[in-house]
Ligand binder design. Structure first.
Ligand SMILES: *[C@@H]1O[C@H](CO)[C@@H](O)[C@H](O)[C@H]1NC(C)=O
Ligand SMILES: *[C@@H]1O[C@H](CO)[C@@H](O)[C@H](O)[C@H]1NC(C)=O
Ligand SMILES: *[C@@H]1O[C@H](CO)[C@@H](O)[C@H](O)[C@H]1NC(C)=O
Ligand SMILES: *[C@@H]1O[C@H](CO)[C@@H](O)[C@H](O)[C@H]1NC(C)=O
Ligand SMILES: *[C@@H]1O[C@H](CO)[C@@H](O)[C@H](O)[C@H]1NC(C)=O
Ligand SMILES: *[C@@H]1O[C@H](CO)[C@@H](O)[C@H](O)[C@H]1NC(C)=O
Ligand SMILES: *[C@@H]1O[C@H](CO)[C@@H](O)[C@H](O)[C@H]1NC(C)=O
Length: 755
């Protein structure tokens, strides 16, 4: 959730504001752009413009800039911020995109860019300057985290690529990308300062901090992120938005972030703690003009820091070229400003491309004009009050009573319409001549007894059909049974379960009568399938995240083979809940697993998952050639540590391409399709890495018999580990094992790279 700084004021209790004195940290000065610690590169021009604008302002005017005010004399208009990474939330005549968690499941860089670009265009068209996204984190150290529908996958590399592409797309659309959440905002439970109630404090070792949690922010900042939202939780005992080590030392110095740090709701508590801690934009209640002017007089705040704050608010505006006067004016929520263009096509194609086929036996899929079909479950059809449901940040039920196609809280989708599976399947049935019936209720039992058949006469109808209206006869009488289930959660409430008794019982009941039962899942995160996955009557399973306004069409495209499934899991599906960390209920949350999140844990502990990270079936098959590995820039690896100057996105040489790996992939099956070719690296011991880590992926579409070459360019960063002692990214000497395959556990070919 994100409001303007002014709207925020009412949420803060005055008692908080002067509750504690935060000394100025000795890392405060590090974050000043004027130190020249960061080589601004292609931000230099925007910096010069921002500097000269701020130079014309009085301190009062600078304070106005940092508290969401306009400065008429300087021609500065307050920026308009808006949630979220799925589109301008709450706006009419905007597209109901699929959640970014679905987008990540495409593993398709072009699709990721295309969707984010379309979303960015919608923000721009509605007159917003800052789009609060992408949301790289919550990252998903625990699958119970309530907000994973908004995430981009539980692997730093995948998440980083997607975050970088999303950032670039927003910038290309002409808006400022306001990524979140910085940092270690991994759960909803105890996340926020409320009255006297302190948020949890996250503690993670410095190595995992860099290799898992900061990693995607490197991509974002390199790609041009202009605003970063600091989180509600604490890190190492101090609020994220007042944590100088986090904001000044890491974000603004090590990562070279040149833009503005803005607070999540109620994440700013004190005037000088936040200003000196690195927050650049905040509440006018906390940053009253008098308070800050007096702070400068008494030395609690430096003039240099106030100037830096004002400049940091303005730089991204120039960098995104928002000063050109071309942007449409700010639209109000219900104004008829239609920004949707042809984006519904993107929603449909991305939705289909994101679906993971988990199981497919007896040639259950694709469907081909079934004579009879029965569909079951409340997730197949519409919710009673339409697609746009109640905004809640106070926890959510664990399932959704209707077809789940969007997120909740600040990740909520605003739907202009929603094609449900029932709708899309009905249209298809009409074309194909399929008899279709449904029961859109997970626990339905028909209490009206079947009428007795009078002797010598045909059976009496129990309502326009020869079948008694109930789950068992519908299942028994159908050539194919489709059961729809979901899992729901959102901002403000963590998951309480990873499976659901009512839904699992529905599947088992249907399957006990129907030997061709297909399950379709739409979930906001991990949804376990153990209760029925081995049931031989469950012949196929589709696993999707919330797919947006075209959800039913996307699902039908995959069910009938118009689209060959090519989504891949961005998280591991375990056999047991106990294989994952739970929600932390203490006020100090030690992320003891460090880097061993998701598959990295399963691999290191040798735990067999049900479906591993990167997994997904297709209607065709692919074969892999041997892998060719080359060091393309050996001189760049001569030094152990990255030595480049610090630019926007960290030391510049981290981004040098130093090696490459390539394979040829062949579609040796019987239908056209797309493969996600994945590269995993095992490092020399010194790097102290997980068993293997993802360091490349490409989606390649191949016709039957077609061959294509996939090339992975490896950057210096991809071979680096964080050397805690040296406080630098380092490349270990030794042998790297590079494995290429179809998932994290289906490695087809491998080779070595010696540094
Ligand atoms: C602050 O400075 C002291 C002494 O110079 C140093 O020991 C300490 O590590 C510094 N703290 C931070 C957070 O950099
Ligand atoms: C928090 O403290 C730990 C242990 O002292 C340290 O390794 C880590 O870098 C600190 N994190 C931040 C963000 O300062
Ligand atoms: C400002 O600084 C003075 C001394 O430097 C200190 O006593 C005072 O508490 C500070 N005020 C705030 C609000 O931090
Ligand atoms: C949507 O429209 C844009 C701009 O007119 C065009 O470039 C793009 O190809 C279209 N996309 C689809 C999927 O039709
Ligand atoms: C589902 O069916 C059961 C049993 O027939 C009934 O009690 C329940 O109210 C129905 N639920 C909904 C949401 O209609
Ligand atoms: C599978 O379906 C058949 C009916 O076709 C039924 O007899 C059998 O018990 C079912 N098996 C399971 C495991 O439900
Ligand atoms: C396609 O290649 C895979 C992997 O090499 C192999 O297992 C499969 O049998 C091949 N399929 C066909 C139809 O040749």
């Amino acid at each position: 959730m994100k409001h303007s700084a002014q709207a925020l004021v009412g949420l803060l209790l005055p008692s908080l504001i002067f509750a504690r004195v935060y000394p100025r940290s000795n890392t405060t000065e590090l974050g000043l752009l004027a130190t020249g610690n960061v080589d601004l590169g292609d931000w230099a021009d925007a910096y010069a413009k921002a500097q000269s604008l701020v130079a014309k302002m009085t301190n009062e005017e600078k304070i106005s800039v940092i508290t969401a005010g306009s400065v008429e004399s300087a021609g500065w208009k307050a920026l308009n911020f808006k949630d979220s990474a799925q589109g301008p939330q709450g706006y009419e005549y905007a597209t109901g995109f699929g959640m970014t968690s679905a987008l990540a499941q495409t593993w398709d860089k072009a699709a990721i860019y295309e969707q984010f670009k379309a979303i960015g265009d919608e923000f721009y068209g509605k007159g917003f300057q800052v789009a609060n996204g992408p949301s790289t984190q919550p990252f998903g150290r625990t699958p119970y985290s309530g907000r994973l529908a908004e995430g981009l996958g539980q692997d730093a590399y995948l998440n980083g690529v997607a975050t970088g592409l999303g950032t670039k797309a927003f910038v290309d659309a002409g808006v400022i990308s306001g990524g979140k959440h910085f940092l270690l905002n991994e759960q909803e439970t105890n996340r926020a300062l409320r009255g006297d109630k302190q948020p949890y404090s996250a503690v993670v070792d410095d190595k995992a901090l860099h290799e898992t949690y900061l990693w995607p922010f490197y991509d974002a900042i390199k790609a041009g992120m202009g605003s970063v939202m600091c989180a509600m939780n604490k890190v190492n005992g101090s609020l994220s938005c007042e944590n100088s080590d986090l904001l000044n030392k890491l974000l603004k110095t090590e990562l070279g972030f040149p833009g503005q740090v803005q607070p999540d709701v109620s994440a700013q508590a004190t005037p000088f703690g936040s200003a000196n801690g690195g927050l650049d934009y905040g509440s006018s209640r906390i940053w009253g003009t008098q308070t800050l002017i007096q702070g400068i007089a008494s030395g609690n705040l430096s003039q240099a820091r106030l100037d830096d704050m004002a400049i940091r608010n303005i730089i991204p505006y120039y960098k995104s070229n928002l000063a050109n006067g071309k942007q449409p004016p700010l639209a109000q929520q219900t104004d008829y400003v239609d920004v949707r263009a042809n984006h519904s096509k993107i929603v449909r194609s991305v939705g289909a491309a994101s679906i993971v086929l988990l199981k497919n036996i007896n040639n259950a899929l694709p469907l081909s004009k079934p004579r009879t079909m029965a569909i079951f479950g409340n997730s197949a059809g519409p919710a009673t009050a339409g697609p746009n449901y109640q905004f809640t940040v106070d926890g959510s039920p664990s399932t959704y009573n209707g077809h789940l196609a969007g997120g909740a809280g600040s990740g909520m989708t605003s739907f202009p319409y929603l094609i449900t599976p029932q709708h899309a399947l009905t249209s298809r049935a009409a074309e194909d001549g399929t008899m279709i019936r449904w029961i859109l209720n997970n626990t339905y039992t028909n209490t009206i007894p079947s009428l007795p058949t009078p002797p010598g006469l045909p059976p009496l109808l129990s309502g326009g059909t020869a079948l008694h209206l109930d789950i068992p006869p519908y299942a028994t009488g159908a050539e194919v049974c489709l059961v729809f289930i979901n899992a729901f959660a959102g901002e403000g409430g963590d998951r309480t379960e990873l499976r659901n008794t009512e839904q699992d019982a529905l599947i088992t009941t249907v399957a006990s009568h129907c030997p061709n039962t297909i399950v379709v899942i739409n979930t906001i995160g991990t949804r376990l399938v153990e209760s029925w996955i081995e049931n031989p009557n469950v012949t196929a399973v589709l696993y999707g995240m919330p797919l947006g306004q075209e959800s039913g069409n996307s699902i039908v495209d995959v069910l009938y083979g118009a689209v060959n499934p090519s989504g891949r899991l961005t998280h591991t599906l375990a056999k047991n809940e106990g294989d994952y960390p739970g929600i932390c209920t203490e006020l100090v949350c030690n992320f003891v697993e460090g880097n061993l999140v998701d598959y990295k844990y399963f691999d290191s502990a040798n735990v067999e998952p049900r479906f591993e990270f990167g997994f997904g079936l297709s209607y065709t098959t692919f074969s892999y050639s041997e892998v060719t590995i080359t060091t393309t820039k050996p001189e760049a690896l001569a030094s152990k540590y990255a030595t480049g100057k610090v630019g926007v996105g960290g030391r510049t040489d981290l981004w040098d391409e130093v090696a490459s790996a390539s394979v040829t992939v062949t579609n040796n099956g019987t239908v056209d399709g797309a493969e996600v070719v994945q590269l995993y690296i095992s490092y020399p011991e010194e790097a102290a890495q997980p068993v293997r880590v993802l360091r490349g992926f490409e989606k390649i579409t191949l016709p039957v018999g077609g061959q294509g070459s996939v090339d992975f360019g490896l950057k210096r960063r991809d071979l680096s580990f964080w050397d805690v002692e040296a406080q630098e990214w380092a490349v270990a000497k030794g042998t790297y094992m590079l494995s290429v395959g179809a998932s994290s556990r289906d490695l087809r070919v491998s080779g070595t790279l010696v540094v």
